[in-house]
Design a protein around this ligand. Structure first.
Ligand code: ZN
Length: 131
């Protein structure tokens, strides 16, 4: 397996740990590893966001505070609620049952219990409504 030394963290890593750049029809392997690249990129993005708070606010007003976006969000949340997606169950455990992130991570069976609880609740409600 070929390996390369990262210019930033000076660690020897496999080539798969490096990103690639495509330029003029040639593929170049970057000189810094993906972890360092991501870190640098995040720092750049955070600095840009800090410098351009006002621009960001204007953009958010235009894209997120519209009726169309609100409707899409409502639809998306309803879908996750109906499917009982994992992050939805986690949110319910935190919001309703007051568990913290670490407790949920240490006890993954809590998600199953929550799912069973919600299924029971929904089935009972459905039976009641159909009477
Ligand atoms: Zn590195």
């Amino acid at each position: 397996m070929e390996s390369k030394i990262c210019r930033k963290c000076n660690q020897t890593k496999e080539l798969s740990a490096f990103g690639k750049n495509y330029s003029r029809g040639v593929i170049y392997i970057r000189n810094i590893c993906l972890d360092c690249y991501r870190e640098a990129k995040n720092a750049t993005n955070r600095a840009y966001m800090a410098r351009n708070r006002d621009k960001q606010k204007v953009w958010q007003e235009r894209h997120f505070k519209t009726e169309k976006y609100r409707q899409t969000t409502i639809k998306r949340r309803a879908k996750y609620r109906n499917e009982m997606a994992e992050h939805f169950l986690k949110g319910e455990l935190k919001r309703v049952n007051k568990f913290d992130e670490q407790t949920i991570k240490n006890n993954p069976e809590l998600l199953e219990f929550k799912k069973a609880q919600l299924t029971l609740k929904r089935t009972l409600r459905e039976l009641k409504n159909n009477q």
